[in-house]
Design a protein around this ligand. Structure first.
Ligand code: KE4
Length: 431
């Protein structure tokens, strides 16, 4: 479906001045054969596009807006901060306050450094793990996304647990050969890789709940195995909680699953919609970061006081209201409703939730790794997606993204969404 007139006009202009007309690829809607709408404003659970069409929003800026759009507590904090100036290039009280809040809420983090994106956080965490361990190899999992750093633009070579191949032009194979990639939830593959490369392994990095292949939960014992195996061989365990942080529980996946990684990366929610990333962990590891230590990492706008104020305001509400049971209940009702509607049409579907994150796959379940997720019927999903969008429901424009829920989503929003979904499934099923 082509977007309305004003969005179309803007997209035509955008494509003349920016690659693909967007500033992050997934926003171009290419994966679903549609064109993006341009947003004019957001309020609570909804977005309004430049042609005045309203959408119930389950993308929520790809995770950050757990309180929904323009929450008054966040907006007022930002207004107060920005009236004093925007950035000073010196330490500020706001960065100390947010650091203390993150440390108070995330179990394994004793010391934290702010950066400007999740990518910066994961790149920095890997550099630090390599310095601290004195080793170079990292191990990651298929279907996990850790930002666009060269080390992560690596796909599995031929055969299991082999050194990586570039997944993007411009990434030297010399770099990706330092990255091992194995299937998520495959303990045997992890043990095989560690048996082969353990003494060269700096770190294992994982999304503890995979939100970049749809939503894939860790199977019982998998995260524990990663913890035990890394400790056994002297490698670090890095939980990339850029997406799961403050989303699957107040203390993130490490609190939900009671696993303490050595390093944690964060982003999204901690910026309240502003560009903020962070990496943190045990004091003895973080003390290696410059200027205290010798591992260099820097950033002009790191700790931006307006962004810190937005993130702190959002975390204050989450800590005060602890909305995770209600968020999970609403996400579960949504997923159950979608799967039930698909069942009524004999469309294979399975779904799951983790706190305020959720996922539905239009294929037989369970989906336990990325190969399973690839079984989804892409043509069906795209037809369904476009019908949902036309009906005013904005899901992530890809079957390989997690859905999100916010405290602003009402039961009426869920009811309205399920009504649109039912019609969209029928249209797609009978296309
Ligand atoms: P950013 O550099 O996009 O702030 O964060 C990278 C990143 C790191 N780790 C995890 C687990 C992530 O999910 C992300 C970014 N997530 C994507 C959504 N799949 C952001 C959306 C986009 O790329 O525009």
């Amino acid at each position: 479906m082509s977007p309305q007139e004003r969005s179309q006009e803007l997209f035509d202009r955008a494509r003349r001045v920016s690659p693909g007309g967007v500033h992050s690829p997934v926003r171009a809607f290419g994966a679903v054969g549609a064109e993006p709408f341009f947003t004019a404003s957001g309020a609570g659970s909804r977005l309004r596009d430049v042609d005045g069409k309203e959408y119930i929003d389950y993308v929520l800026s790809w995770g950050p807006l757990v309180l929904g759009h323009a929450h008054p507590h966040v907006t007022e904090a930002v207004e107060r901060a920005v009236r004093k100036g925007t950035h000073y290039g010196t330490p500020t009280p706001e960065e100390v306050e947010l650091a203390e809040k993150v440390i108070a809420l995330v179990p394994s983090v004793e010391v934290v450094r702010f950066v400007n994106s999740g990518t910066e956080a994961t790149m920095s965490a890997v550099r630090l793990a390599r310095a601290f361990s004195g080793r170079d190899l990292i191990l990651k999992f298929e279907g996990c996304y850790h930002g666009h750093g060269d080390s992560f633009m690596s796909k599995a070579g031929s055969g299991l647990a082999t050194l990586g191949l570039p997944s993007s032009p411009g990434v030297p194979k010399e770099i990706t050969q330092l990255t091992l990639t194995v299937p998520f939830n495959d303990g045997a593959a992890v043990q095989e890789a560690i048996a082969e490369y353990g003494d060269r392994l700096a770190a294992v990095i994982t999304e503890p709940v995979v939100g970049n292949s749809g939503l894939i939960l860790p199977e019982a014992g998998f995260l524990e195995l990663l913890r035990e195996e890394t400790r056994r061989v002297g490698a670090l365990l890095i939980f990339d909680e850029v997406m799961t942080g403050f989303r699957v529980a107040l203390g993130g996946a490490q609190q939900r699953f009671a696993i303490e990684p050595d390093l944690t990366t964060l982003g999204k929610v901690i910026g309240g919609g502003f560009p903020v990333g962070a990496y943190g962990g045990r004091r003895e590891i973080m003390s290696r970061v410059a200027p205290q230590g010798d591992v260099y990492q820097a950033g002009t706008l790191s700790g931006n006081p307006v962004a810190m104020a937005a993130g702190l305001a959002q975390l204050e509400i989450l800590e005060r209201e602890d909305p995770y049971a209600a968020l999970e209940e609403r996400a579960t009702r949504l997923v159950a409703g979608i799967v039930a509607a698909a069942d009524r049409l004999d469309v294979p579907a399975s779904g799951t939730t983790a706190g305020s994150m959720w996922g539905v796959y239009f294929c037989d379940g369970p989906v336990r790794n990325f190969d399973d997720a690839l079984k989804v019927d892409r043509d069906f999903f795209n037809a369904y997606y476009r019908e949902c969008l036309a009906g005013g429901v904005f899901f992530a424009p890809s079957p390989f993204e997690a859905g999100f829920m916010s405290t602003a989503h009402s039961d009426a929003d869920i009811d309205e969404t399920l009504s649109v979904v039912g019609r969209a499934l029928a249209t797609a099923a009978w296309r």
